[in-house]
Design a protein around this ligand. Structure first.
Ligand SMILES: Cc1ncc(COP(=O)(O)O)c(C=O)c1O
Length: 390
C-alpha cells in the first residue's frame, strides 16, 4: 500500500537497540537503574484523584463536553494571576491533551507549507514533529554550553528571523536543564517585535527549579502578551502525566485559531479530567513545593555523586533532567549509553536523539529516589567505564 508522503518526514525509532539490550539484561536477572524516561515516580495528590473519581460517578459526566467549562478556564486564569502575577482573560485560554498534543497541532493552525519555524537544538522531540506534520521547515537555533544552554539571539541570522512564523522556547529546558536568566525573556520580546515572530513558550517545569528566584511565566514579561502564547502543562507539577492536561494561552487571535482547528477533530476534554484540573489549580500547593525539594535532593545526589567518582556532571538549574557530558574516550552518546547499560546496568538517553547539538551528552531523568541513584553511581564506579584507556 502507498502511505502518505508526510510519513517519510519522520525518522526511524532509534531507541530500539537500547530497549533490546535492556530487555536482554532484565531477562538475565541483571539490576537496571532506569533514568531514561521523564515519567515521575511521585504520587498524584489525593484531592486531585478524588475530584476525578467523584465526577466520574456522575452519569452526566460521560457525555460529550463540547468545550472547556467556564470554571476550568477561570481556574487557570486565577492560578496564573496568583502564581505568576499574569492576567490572562479566560477566553484567551484553551485546554489541550497535554502540551505534546497542543504542540503537535500548533503549526497546522499557524503555518503554510514551507514556512520556517525556529526550534531549539537539542529539543523536546514533538516540537520538530509538529512542524513536520504541518509541512513547515524547522530552522534550528543551538543551545550551547558557552551561552548557558540558552537561546542566543545574535546568532540567528536576520534573514531567518524575518521569515520565521514562530519560535519555540522551552525553559526550564528538557533536555539541557537550563533556566531563563533575568533578561532572557525581555530580550526575546524585543527581538520578536523587531522580526514579527510569534514566541511559543513551553512552560512545563516552572515548579522544578533550583535557583533562588521561583520559576515564572514568559507571559509575565512586559509586552509578551502581544507577541506570544504559552503552553502550561500540569503533568509534572501535579504528577498527572497520564491524564493529559495542559493549556494554551496568551495572544487571543492565536488561541482562537488553535481552538478552531481543535473543534474540527475533538469534542472537548472528559469532564472528570476538567474537574481534576480545577482541583489541582485551586487546591493546596504544598506537595508541589515539597516535590521540588525532592528533585533538588536527587539532582544533588546524582551530580555531586558523579563528580565524587570522577565524572564532571554540572548541576542542572531546573527541570527534572540532568545533562551530562560523556566521558572520554567516548565520542558518540549512543555508544556510551549502550556501554553504560551493558557494563553498569544504568539506562539514560543519548543526547543525539534530541538533535545534532545533543551529541556528546546524555540525559538522565531524575525519576529514582536518592538511595537508588547512589546504587546506580556505585555500579557505574565499579564498572570502570569512567576510566577507560584512550
Ligand atoms: C519540555 C516539555 N514540554 C512538554 C512536555 C509534555 O507535557 P505534556 O505531558 O503536557 O504533554 C514535556 C514532557 O516531558 C516536556 O519535557
Amino acid at each position: 500500500m502507498q502511505f502518505a508522503q508526510r510519513m517519510s518526514r519522520f525518522g526511524e525509532e532509534i531507541f530500539a537497540a537500547l530497549n533490546e539490550k535492556k530487555l536482554t539484561l532484565e531477562s538475565q536477572g541483571r539490576s537496571i537503574w532506569n533514568m531514561s524516561i521523564g515519567t515521575p515516580d511521585f504520587v498524584t495528590p489525593v484531592h486531585i484523584r478524588e475530584a476525578l473519581a467523584q465526577s466520574a460517578m456522575d452519569p452526566e459526566s460521560w457525555k460529550y463536553t463540547l468545550r472547556d467549562i467556564p470554571e476550568l478556564t477561570q481556574a487557570v486564569s486565577a492560578y496564573y494571576l496568583k502564581r505568576y502575577g499574569v492576567t490572562v482573560s479566560p477566553d484567551a485560554i484553551m485546554s489541550c491533551y497535554g502540551t505534546q498534543e497542543g504542540c503537535g497541532h500548533l503549526a497546522m493552525a499557524l503555518c503554510q507549507e514551507g514556512d520556517t519555524v525556529l526550534l531549539p537544538d537539542p529539543c523536546y522531540p514533538v516540537f520538530k514533529a509538529g512542524v513536520l506534520m504541518a509541512g513547515a521547515e524547522p530552522a534550528w537555533y543551538p543551545l550551547r554550553k558557552e551561552h548557558d544552554f540558552l537561546p542566543y539571539l545574535p546568532d540567528i541570522p536576520d534573514e531567518v528571523a524575518d521569515r520565521a512564523r514562530f519560535m519555540i522556547v522551552s525553559l526550564p529546558s528538557n533536555p539541557v536543564g537550563s533556566v531563563a536568566g533575568p533578561d532572557t525573556y525581555a530580550q526575546l520580546v524585543a527581538w520578536a517585535k523587531k522580526h514579527d515572530v510569534l514566541i511559543v513558550h513551553d512552560n512545563a517545569y516552572s515548579d522544578i527549579i533550583f535557583t533562588e528566584e521561583p520559576g515564572g511565566s514568559f507571559l509575565a514579561t512586559p509586552g509578551a502578551m502581544d507577541v506570544g502564547v504559552e503552553f502550561f502543562s500540569l503533568s509534572k507539577s501535579f504528577n498527572v502525566t497520564g491524564a493529559r492536561i495542559s493549556f494554551l494561552m496568551g495572544r487571543k487571535d492565536v488561541v482562537d485559531q488553535v481552538r478552531l482547528l481543535r473543534s474540527q477533530i475533538d469534542f472537548g476534554m472528559f469532564l472528570p479530567i476538567q474537574k481534576a484540573a480545577i482541583a489541582a489549580l485551586t487546591g493546596p500547593l504544598d506537595s508541589v513545593r515539597e516535590q521540588c525539594r525532592m528533585y533538588q535532593e536527587r539532582r544533588n545526589t546524582l551530580c555531586g555523586g558523579a563528580r565524587a567518582i570522577g565524572w564532571d556532571i554540572p548541576d542542572n538549574r531546573g527541570s527534572m533532567f540532568v545533562w551530562a557530558p560523556i566521558p572520554a574516550p567516548y565520542t558518540k552518546s549512543m555508544d556510551f549509553c549502550l556501554d553504560l547499560l551493558e557494563k553498569a546496568g544504568v539506562l539514560c538517553t543519548p543526547g543525539s536523539s534530541f538533535g545534532p547539538h545533543g551529541e556528546g551528552y546524555v540525559r538522565f531523568a531524575l525519576v529514582l529516589p536518592p538511595e537508588k541513584i547512589r546504587e546506580a553511581l556505585a555500579s557505574i564506579d565499579r564498572s570502570g567505564i569512567l576510566h577507560l584507556p584512550a
